[in-house]
Design a protein around this ligand. Structure first.
Ligand SMILES: Cc1ncc(COP(=O)(O)O)c(C=O)c1O
Length: 370
């Protein structure tokens, strides 16, 4: 058996592999998904679809018209500027395959979402990390310096609020990066899956400063429905065209019932998003009074914490000890890139009781080894 070279170096996500070794009764604060109930509108839409439908046909490649319209209305664009996908992950894959030539370079945040370098590798390209500013905020100079240094960059990915840091981006920072990318003909992708989960101060979308880049979102985080696997990309039709062909070849279209439920969620955005922000805020409040540094995240649901002083820099050793001895599963910071070394990511997204229990088990470890 020959495994394609572009796949041979891929490994199971460290987030999943750490969880696999967890002892019985361990509390997982590792997975990045909402633990509050899927909104009633989605359940009602799914039930109504099941009641009324006698067939379950493929959807059109471009997505169900009601979902495309809901996304278009949200972003103030026309249908040609919307690509409905199987989660934002499939949008990322399709965009990378369509716009990242083999041998080119992709700029990714460090620390950043684990999928970006993998997607670059799958496109036959390589990822170069750009550093983030204080609190994980976008530092435009870090990106523009790399664009000046390298003339083989095909694509830049931004992510704000970021996974894992929760760092935000100002409109000025986004505009500076957008202008630099436009000048060089580099595709700019803004992954905004956590943008609606801000902590009081709304985060600007890339679309507020340019219509030239691609904005990615999904119902997975802020609309509390990751299992639906529905996301979208919004941007110039000329950029979306080739990516649509990749997405069609990958999956034809997202599941029809999922798209019906996602459209219902989007139509109810005002109440759904307010509720989700309250759920997340409730979880951030559980950290109050704990021994970890106060979270500075602009949004999202991750505590990004430096290791306690006694633990040194080896985040993987710390996470394994805490998993095996305290029964709490975290993600080592180095899983997100070299700049993540010496940190851990604690997901606050899950069930508040589990989170309370996990934090109680964790707290003594911030004082010293238990
Ligand atoms: C930053 C970021 N982007 C994209 C995704 C993919 O999410 P989905 O495919 O569910 O939209 C995730 C999931 O954790 C994420 O953290």
């Amino acid at each position: 058996m020959t495994v394609a070279a572009r796949v041979a170096g891929l490994r199971t996500s460290p987030i999943r592999s750490i969880a696999l070794g967890a002892p019985e009764g361990a509390v997982s604060l590792a997975l990045g998904e909402p633990g509050w109930p899927v909104p009633e509108v989605a359940r009602t839409a799914l039930a109504a679809w099941a009641q009324e439908s006698t067939t379950c046909a493929y959807g059109p490649n471009e997505g169900l018209p009601e979902l495309v319209s809901a996304v278009a209305a949200r972003h103030g664009v026309g249908a040609p500027e919307v690509m409905v996908t199987a989660g934002s992950q499939a949008a990322l894959y399709a965009v990378f395959q369509a716009h990242v030539p083999a041998g080119s370079r992709v700029l990714v945040p460090d620390p950043g979402f684990v999928a970006y370098p993998t997607l670059a590798t799958l496109a036959g390209a390589h990822a170069t990390a750009y550093r983030l500013g204080a609190g994980g905020a976008l530092d435009p100079e870090a990106v523009t310096a790399l664009l000046t240094e390298h003339d083989d960059v095909s694509l830049v990915v931004l992510n704000h609020p970021g996974n894992p840091t929760g760092g935000g981006a100002t409109a000025q920072a986004l505009a500076a990066v957008a202008q630099a990318c436009e000048r060089r003909g580099v595709v700019l992708v803004s992954d905004e899956v956590y943008r609606e989960l801000h902590r009081g101060t709304p985060q600007p979308s890339l679309r507020a400063v340019t219509t030239a880049g691609l904005v990615l979102e999904s119902v997975s985080k802020a609309w509390a429905a990751p299992g639906l696997r529905v996301g979208w990309a919004v941007g110039p039709a000329a950029l979306l065209g080739p990516a649509r062909l990749v997405h069609n070849a990958m999956t034809t279209a997202p599941a029809r019932p999922s798209q019906v439920a996602a459209a219902a969620l989007l139509r109810a955005s005002a109440t759904v998003l307010e509720h989700s922000r309250a759920e997340v805020q409730r979880r951030w409040a559980l950290l109050d009074g704990g021994p970890w540094p106060a979270g500075v995240a602009a949004g999202g649901f991750y505590l990004w914490a430096p290791l306690p002083g006694w633990a040194g820099e080896d985040d993987t050793a710390f996470v394994c000890r805490v998993r095996d001895e305290a029964g709490v599963v975290l993600v080592p910071g180095s899983a997100f890139g070299d700049a993540g070394r010496g940190h851990v990511r604690v997901s606050l997204g899950g069930d508040p009781e589990q989170l309370t229990e996990g934090l109680a088990r964790l707290a003594p470890w911030w004082e010293g080894p238990c």
